[in-house]
Structure formats: structure tokens, C-alpha cells
Design a protein around this ligand. Structure first.
Ligand code: TRP
Length: 345
């Protein structure tokens, strides 16, 4: 079996506008990880439909997320970029993992509770089984590293538990088939630091989110320079000047957020930003943040627009990525069928 000792897998859902939080928390890191790892970046359209998606919008969003990956600098010819539904082994392995994971494990998933809300009886079965599909995404490539945000940590721990239970339950069969004892490796999370957790521009206690009713709360990757400037100028702050030390950021979530955004975009840390702007007025800092944000997002925005105008090209990248992904996934699935005891063609 092929194996990369260091393989990164991650996924982004095609569920509407991408924003600065998606860029700093995920896509920018995807670009950086290309240096040290073989990377597989997946547009997880099958996860998206666990809640209702308009079919026309879904198709558009899939291409948009792929365009964002490429525009930000993911090399689609070196790394694998594709959408999940093109590789049937994700669903195939997910079924087997549905039979490994326990109800009690899934019942503890906080994201299901949040997303299902009060009307749990009416949530889709797919939303409940979502973490098993996520485990399948990772394990079907026997990925070793998974960059995710803090909010996905619990799902990744579940993937590790599922991998371990599979390896234990089928230990005899794994050995009988001449396969490595740890057939599924334990995927390691690569959790983004606090500087990459981007909060709402209107409320420093809330995450920047595509579902926030106020568009002023987020910077979309498709925003123009003028829109970016307006949103940053209007961003909530407190009346104090910027703190002169890191300690001064405590209890000042809005200041902390803007400094964090600046630090992430400038590839420095909060201390570096305070060294430069500490003690100064927000109006001045905000102008610097506008200039930096426009300088970093402008070229990505322009390239995304160019790519989205040529869906044929994006579809070729996705198709080519899917073919390369499937070559790896099919090998895993063949082994899984042998391990489980299915009769194969
Ligand atoms: N659940 C992830 C999110 O919403 C997306 C995702 C699906 C994912 N499959 C994955 C992330 C596998 C990492 C690895 O952010």
C-alpha cells in the first residue's frame, strides 16, 4: 500500500460566502503546509447537504471554495484539490465507520447539539452522522495531520477513537491480511493559534461567521477595497488607545481581535503589532489595517474572480484532483473490504 509518512487532509464546506476567518483560520494555513507535507484539500459538499442547500447555490459555492484555494496559492498540480462527492470511497468508508462508532460517542458531539437546536427530531440523519463522514474523509487517505479550527477538535478526537476501535476490533483480520497493525494511523490535529481565530467586527465575543445577519460583521473574500475599508473603519472598538503591552488586551475583545487580524495578515504576533502601534489611536491603526488587508486580500480577490469566470478550468482541476484522490482512497477501501470480510469483485 502507498503511504505518505506525513500527509495532510483538510476540508472546507461550500456553504456560502468565504470570509477573512476562513482565510486566516484555514486557507492561509493550507498554503503554508504545502512546504512540508503532501496535502489533500477537499471541498466537502457531502457535509454541506447535512443541512438544506439550494442546488444552484451549492454548485456555485463548490467552485468558489476551489477557486479560493487556488487563488490563495494552493498548487493544484502538486497538491490534491477536489470535491468530496467525486470520490465515492468517502461514502463507502463512512458506512463501515457508522458501524464502528457508537451512539454514545456521537451523542456527545457538541456541534450536533448546536446545529440541531431545539428541534432535534427534525434534524437530518446525515447531520447526526456527520462526524463519521469526517472520520472517513481523513482515514480513507490514512492522513497523519489535520489542520482544523478549535471548533473541530472534538470531531478529530472522535476520528482518532474510531481509528483505534477499528484497528482493535479487526486486529486479527488486519494481521491475517498481512496489513500493518495500526492500519489506520491516529490523525494529529494541527490546531490554529488564537491569532487565527477571527471574531466578528461588530462583537468581539462572537466568531466571524457567514450566518451573521450583519454583513458589516465580516470581511468577505469577495469584498472590494472600498467595502473592506468601510467595514474596518466601522469596526467596533473601545474609546481607549491601543495598549502598550499584551496584558492591556485583557477584557478588550475588539482590540484583541483587530490586533490579531493584523498580526496574522502581517505574519507576526500580537507583541509585534503592539511594538509598532501600542499607545496609538485606533483611527490610525485602522487605516494601517485597511491598507494591509486590501494588500493581502486584493490579489486573492482578483484571482478568484478570474477563476470563477472560467468554471471549465476549475472543473478540470477538481476532476484531476478527484482522480488522484481516488487512486489512494480505492487502495484503502480494498483493504478495508478484505479486513471486514466482504467478498470483492
Ligand atoms: N467539519 C469541518 C468544518 O466544518 C469540515 C471537514 C469535513 C473537515 N471533513 C473534514 C475538516 C476532514 C478536516 C478534516 O470545518
Amino acid at each position: 500500500m502507498t503511504s505518505a509518512s506525513q500527509r495532510v487532509f483538510s476540508g472546507v464546506q461550500p456553504t456560502g460566502n468565504l470570509h477573512l476567518g476562513n482565510y486566516l483560520g484555514a486557507i492561509k494555513r493550507f498554503v503554508e503546509l504545502q512546504e512540508g507535507y503532501d496535502c489533500i484539500y477537499c471541498v466537502v459538499d457531502m457535509h454541506a447537504i447535512t443541512v438544506w442547500q439550494d442546488p444552484v447555490e451549492l454548485k456555485k459555492s463548490i467552485r468558489e471554495v476551489a477557486a479560493a484555494f487556488l487563488a490563495a496559492g494552493v498548487d493544484g498540480s502538486k497538491q490534491i484539490v477536489f470535491n468530496q462527492s467525486q470520490v465515492p470511497q468517502h461514502a463507502e468508508l463512512a458506512w463501515v465507520l457508522n458501524c464502528v462508532a457508537r451512539l454514545g460517542w456521537l451523542n456527545r458531539m457538541t456541534q450536533f447539539k448546536e446545529k440541531a437546536g431545539k428541534d432535534r427530531e427534525n434534524a437530518s440523519v446525515g447531520l447526526y452522522a456527520y462526524p463519521n463522514l469526517m472520520a472517513a474523509d481523513i482515514l480513507v487517505y490514512r492522513a497523519t495531520h489535520v489542520p482544523v479550527g478549535e471548533d473541530q477538535k472534538q470531531h478529530l478526537e472522535l476520528a482518532r477513537d474510531i481509528a483505534q476501535k477499528f484497528n482493535n476490533d479487526f486486529a486479527t483480520s488486519i494481521a491475517a491480511n498481512g496489513l500493518p497493525e495500526k492500519f489506520f494511523p491516529q490523525p494529529q490535529p494541527l490546531i490554529a493559534g488564537p491569532a487565527t481565530r477571527v471574531m466578528s467586527l461588530r462583537d468581539g465575543a462572537k466568531k466571524m461567521s457567514k450566518s451573521d445577519p450583519s454583513d458589516a460583521s465580516r470581511i468577505n473574500l469577495t469584498d472590494s477595497a472600498d467595502q473592506i475599508a468601510n467595514k474596518i473603519r466601522r469596526a467596533k472598538t473601545d474609546p481607549l488607545p491601543l495598549p502598550e503591552s499584551l496584558d492591556g488586551l485583557k477584557e478588550r475583545p475588539e482590540a484583541d481581535n483587530l490586533i490579531g487580524i493584523y498580526a496574522a495578515l502581517a505574519d507576526t504576533d500580537a507583541q509585534g503589532v503592539i511594538d509598532e502601534f501600542g499607545g496609538g489611536q485606533f483611527s490610525q491603526f485602522k487605516q494601517a489595517l485597511v491598507d494591509l488587508t486590501v494588500a493581502k486580500l486584493g490579489p486573492i480577490n482578483a484571482e478568484m474572480t478570474r477563476l470563477v469566470a472560467d468554471p471549465g478550468h476549475i472543473d478540470r482541476v477538481l476532476g484531476d484532483g478527484a482522480a488522484r484522490a481516488e487512486a489512494i482512497a480505492a487502495e484503502t477501501m480494498t483493504a478495508v473490504k478484505d479486513i471486514v470480510g466482504f467478498v470483492r469483485r
